[in-house]
Design a binder for this molecule. Sequence first.
Ligand SMILES: Nc1ncnc2c1ncn2[C@@H]1O[C@H](COP(=O)(O)OP(=O)(O)OP(=O)(O)O)[C@@H](O)[C@H]1O
Length: 917
Amino acid sequence: MDSATSRDSFQIIHTMHKEALLAHRKQSEDTSTLLGGQSPKKLVDDGKYILLMTTGTEVTEKSEQENLQSCQNAILTALPENRDQPKPVIVVGPAGFGKTTALEKLILDWATGKHLQHFSWVFKFTFSYLNVQKGVMSLKELLLQTHSHLSPESLALVLQKPQSLLFLFDGLDQYKNNLDLPTSHTLCSDPNQPSPVPVLIANLVHGTLLQGAATLLTSRPTTPTLESLDGHRVELLGFLKPQRNDYFNSFFSDPTAANRAFQNMERTLGFYEICTSPNFCWTTCFIYKSLMEAGESLPETLTQLFVCITGHLIRALSLDKDHARDLMSSLGRMASHCCLSPHSQCSTEEMTSFGLQQFLTTPTSLKDFLHIDGAPESKDCSFSFHTQMMQEFITAVSFYLDESEEVNVEDLLEKHGGCMEFLDLYLVGLAEPSQRKPLESHLGMWNPDRIVDLNSWFRSTTEKALQSYQKERHLHYLRLLHQSQNKKLVKDNMRSARGINYGGLSVQDCVVLNYTVTCMEEWDQLNLYRSIDLTEEKASLLVPAMSLSRVINLGQSSFTAGALNHLALALRQGRTIELDMSNNHMGDTGFKLLCTGLGDCHIEILKLPVCELTDACCEDLVAVLTSGRSHLRVLNLRANALRDPGLIKLSQALGSPHCKLQELQLQMCEFTGESMKALSTALSSGQSQLRILDLAQNQITDHGVDWLVKALQHPCCQLQSLILFDNDLTAACCAGVAAALLSECCRLTELDLSVNELGQEGALQLLKALSKPGHPLEKLSLVRCELNPLVFKELGVLLSNGTSRLKSLSLGLNKVGDEGAKHLWVALGDQRCRLEHLDIEMIQLTDASIGDLSTAVSASGSLKSLVLKNNLLTDRSVPALVRVTQDSRTMQEMNLQYNDFSEDVFELMDQCAKIKY
Ligand SMILES: Nc1ncnc2c1ncn2[C@@H]1O[C@H](COP(=O)(O)OP(=O)(O)OP(=O)(O)O)[C@@H](O)[C@H]1O
């Protein structure tokens, strides 16, 4: 043959091959079953193929969604035209994930000229077909056997160009032989060389036979051979939500029905991983369609869905109740066996032992329940369940049908717990009369003793689980309660449940938690702390639960904008009075979204520390506070860079008659003295209800304090607590503060000037003012204010002058030593001293003070807590400290942490529960 003739005849055979593949598809029978799925060939030919998703090949910074690609693209990329040394491409996915269907689509696209045209020849085999090819033959013979349209001559031509060949092998998980690398004994490089079929396949896959030919295999991920097979893996993710939507739209011809079905599935089942299985989507759509056509309602739980599926299958068999019950019980025995055996399969003999022989004579009746591989009457035939879910469901049903007394629910779960994920879920669901009723009409009544057994087991285990701190266990029982769909049961159990942190829930658990809370009708604290991935979907599912909660904790969380919109909606329509949003990256844009809910809700306490807010958020905040509808009393904005412009804006709100703020936490907001004028004006306006103001760790300076003291002396200022910790203050501000303290109008009961360089001069001015009779100050903090013994002396005088109301005094980190402290001991021993809390951490106190200290503590009629942390006390002081603390009538806690104690005295200190060390 000259080369032109050879090219022509090659082309003719090539076209013939494509046509034969297409024709063969048309002739194949429709093998669709409810649980086994739709016939892949038919589905692809009908144009119903939905793109399957796989993970992208390149790992980038992009979100997971953006990093996905379709299975088709992944395969095309893995089979390029120029391949050096082709490795097998392995498409991996769990049962029903669309592997066979993807191959059918690939063949159709190739045969119709859409893709992979660099391959002139595509040959497909199933591993189950290869299993039964016994004896010895050459690859050429094997191909002739399966492709009858090819003649030996034309095939010889085809095999001359291995680069143009693509071999597809479906279902490695079913292969009974190995695919090990060929050894010198099993090497086969000639397509005409007769060898055992497993040897041919191994050589083909490893590239020793027809070097350069491409191979593509499909396999479930659980196949052991997969581990050792070196190839390019394409992992199927199945149908994510968008593909499910497409699938429902293609399944239902009526878009309204498609939408109704899709919404129902997403709401009631979409959170189960099984929904990513195209096969499960097919089954669900099929059942939904038949329910819709019969005018029945759609399932609300997984149990209800499987009740409908099983009911549908039993009805199709037209069995009477007794036979149907028999079938279910026998299938139950088979299910248990399959679950416990390593192969999940049964032989004909085993089927007989389960009592299924009567149903084997008409195998079509079992086809919908089981996957039957071979002729049922033959010894080689194997039977398995189409899906693991059905296998578990039938185990649960048969438990309730069983009349024997041998097994209880605990035994059943213990036996199958390791291999059945949903068994307890189905058992709980099926114990509910409303859920099991449709099946009872086909199978007869459930064994009542089994229901009593289940209920008592469920009651006791739920109580324990909900009382425990084990989050996963707690959530699992919420899932079971959700499956029961029994509101009373939920209420009875949740009343005594321990409040745990529900942060970081999956979508499924959001549904479940929401169900639980809505059953309770009101909820005290919804603790979602550390919800690091609160998506729009999750937040939307939680809206009803959030609305019913008095307190919501979303501290240390991160949300999408959509999630914040849902939170705002929940606040608007709900009863929440406290919201904690501490430590998240909400920023001004996020806060703006939140404000759409804050303006019109019941929130009284709002915690927003460390939320990356700036002065830009203050306009929104002011609008909320002055809206006339805000109930906000407490606002925490600590550690947000609001800066002076922010506080100036915020002050507008404080001066508004509508603003009800009583407590404002503004630590670390980067304020200087520049904003204090506006704040002072607001505080003196007569409108401000602010009682507590914390400005710690800003740079207000003496200049800023001058403005604040003006407000403190104003009759309209309501401030009772002022915290100016670490604000670059010096003695220069103390005259003003003293004047304020002396003013008749000053209402301060708490003043914190710690970590400012007041020194002796400043402190003495303050103490002078405080010695005014009847002064209301009860709590004073002068930690690390450069105080000296003289100041302590004056403090001692103040405490025992009979007019001071000081109850709490913090003087730590002033290096006054025993000399300074002795004035406090004298004062404490005086009956006129009302001090309840004294903190003298790190003042260089030594054992020399212990005598005076003990006398003072014994004599004091008021001291409740004494903090002596970080001093220089040694073991020598311990016996006296323990004795005096034990004997004191008033003392509740003596803090001795970080002194110079040895382990020798730990036991002694342990004798007194009031001592902390
Ligand atoms: N891309 C798809 N578009 C629409 N439906 C699909 C798709 N893929 C799979 N299906 C549905 O899922 C069913 C199961 O698919 P398929 O048989 O291809 O799965 P598989 O991964 O080969 O399963 P197994 O491991 O059990 O062999 C099909 O019968 C069909 O109903």
